[in-house]
Design a protein around this ligand. Structure first.
Ligand SMILES: Nc1nc2c(ncn2[C@@H]2O[C@H](COP(=O)(O)OP(=O)(O)OP(=O)(O)O)[C@@H](O)[C@H]2O)c(=O)[nH]1
Length: 439
């Protein structure tokens, strides 16, 4: 059959961007097609015209299937299906096909318009993959997500974030305060500062570790990261999204390591390394506040005999008990360190010499009177003390320590089990005190 359209209609037909096929429904033969159809399947006109449309199709096979499809096309005003056309290069082209049935000069014809949807399919696949990722991130990933609408103050908390904090899917009111109220009070100032610095554009991202209260009232450590993703025309942030990771285990391990690094394993007291840091810090503070600072160095007497007579294990037990007794006697603001071996150091801010001597003597007597229930034959354990006070006995950590050490040496030399004061180094050079010294 040869159709004779006008030249204009022929030009329009050739320039339609979608592939257009004219088909004989009874034989499935293609009677005509446009240029886009040739390009879509990579064939010449001779290779298409007078060939069955089934030769192009990957999804319709055999005359029987064609017959039922042809009937469906006749029955539906605009038959539509998604299929795949073979390409001569070996590949396939996803197509969206609209077919209509019409009569021309007493003859039934099908007109199929096949649109190449390769790009759309790729986008849909990409979107589907993103949906899977999003679903995973929202519900299954170990990190929780939040999405904050700044103008309304509403916050979306992902199911995983709620689970992390022990809440059910319908708990945790979607407001900023739900989060604010549960940040550990000691961490609030820092967290808010980091957040506002990011909102003000001073930090590239919001990235902070802090403690967050869970449903049981306990705090977990979290690593919270986020960034502003939308701004209004004036540049003000309107939306911020972020991710919360539970880092409690890692943080506890870190804190335990820090604890090991700063504490003496045997007695649990702060160790010598930490002592040097705290000493400098406390001295600086007392200097600034213009208050005195006391240093008390003490050492168990004849401790070697304890080890020699009862063994190292007993010696260790004695050291542990001494640490416990001393800790129980001092103020919470005083710092007690194991300086080394059977030697201890106490640093007390804002204490005059008189009160420091009283405190040292009280410790000496308490240790002397300590009863060792499991160590009947141990008898008394005595100790000797050397005390020095800033600024009388030294202006630097080194001078103060040397003064306290000399005083301790004198206590040992003068018969042990006693408290000795350092000799004044700067009796006339005391800086003016605003607070009255205790002594
Ligand atoms: N059990 C035990 N003993 C320790 C530890 N560190 C140091 N010592 C012992 O403490 C003793 C210190 O002996 P010395 O320096 O001679 O002092 P001392 O016997 O107390 O005599 P004075 O200080 O002069 O009264 C030694 O026997 C050390 O082995 C420890 O961690 N555990």
């Amino acid at each position: 059959m040869q159709l004779q359209p006008s030249p204009t209609l022929q030009a329009v037909f050739q320039h339609v961007p979608d592939a257009v096929f004219l088909i004989d429904p009874s034989t499935s033969l293609i009677l005509d097609c446009n240029e886009a159809a040739l390009a879509q399947v990579g064939l010449t006109r001779d290779e298409i015209v007078q060939h069955s449309v089934l030769s192009l199709q990957k999804d319709v096979v055999g005359p029987e299937q064609w017959a039922s499809i042809a009937q469906a096309i006749r029955d539906a005003p605009g038959y539509y299906f998604l299929g795949r056309h073979r390409h001569s290069g070996g590949g396939e082209v996803p197509v969206e096909v609209h077919t209509s049935c019409f009569a021309h000069e007493g003859r039934e014809l099908f007109l199929s318009v096949a649109r190449d949807i390769t790009q759309r399919v790729a986008l849909e696949q990409e979107q589907a993959a993103r949906d899977v990722q999003l679903r995973y991130a929202l519900t299954d990933a170990t990190d929780g997500l939040w999405d904050w609408n700044l103008p309304t103050g509403e916050v979306f908390f992902s199911p995983q974030l709620k689970r992390m904090l022990g809440y059910g899917p319908h708990e945790m009111a979607p407001h900023l305060n739900t989060w604010v109220d549960n940040v550990h009070p000691d961490d609030t100032a820092w967290v808010q500062r980091v957040l506002h610095e990011h909102l003000d554009g001073l930090r590239e991202r919001y990235d902070v570790e802090y403690r967050l209260r869970n449903r049981n009232g306990h705090y977990i450590w979290v690593h919270d990261r986020g960034r502003v993703c939308d701004r209004d025309p004036q540049g003000q942030p309107t939306r911020m999204v972020g991710m919360v990771e539970n880092i409690t285990d890692r943080k506890n391990a870190e804190l335990a390591l820090q604890d090991i690094a700063s504490h003496d394993v045997l007695t649990g007291l702060l160790n010598r390394r930490e002592c040097e840091r705290v000493l400098h810090q406390q001295l600086e503070l007392c200097r600034r506040l213009q208050v005195p600072m006391g240093l008390c160095l003490f050492d168990l007497d004849h401790f070697k005999e304890v080890n020699d007579r009862f063994g190292h294990k007993v010696g260790d037990e004695v050291l542990r008990e001494v640490a416990r007794v001393v800790k129980s006697q001092v103020r919470s603001t005083d710092h007690v360190f194991r300086w080394g071996g059977e030697e201890f150091l106490m640093v007390c801010a804002d204490i005059g010499l008189h009160h420091l001597v009283l405190l040292a003597d009280q410790l000496r007597r308490t240790l002397e009177q300590t009863v060792w229930p499991d160590l009947d034959s141990l008898g008394r354990v005595t100790s000797s003390f050397g005390v020095a006070v800033y600024p009388d006995h030294g202006l630097s950590v080194e001078e103060l320590f040397m003064s306290a050490d000399s005083a301790l040496y004198r206590a040992k030399a003068n018969g042990r089990n006693r408290v000795e004061c350092a000799a004044p180094l700067y009796p006339l050079q005391m800086p003016p005190m605003t607070a009255a010294p205790a002594f």
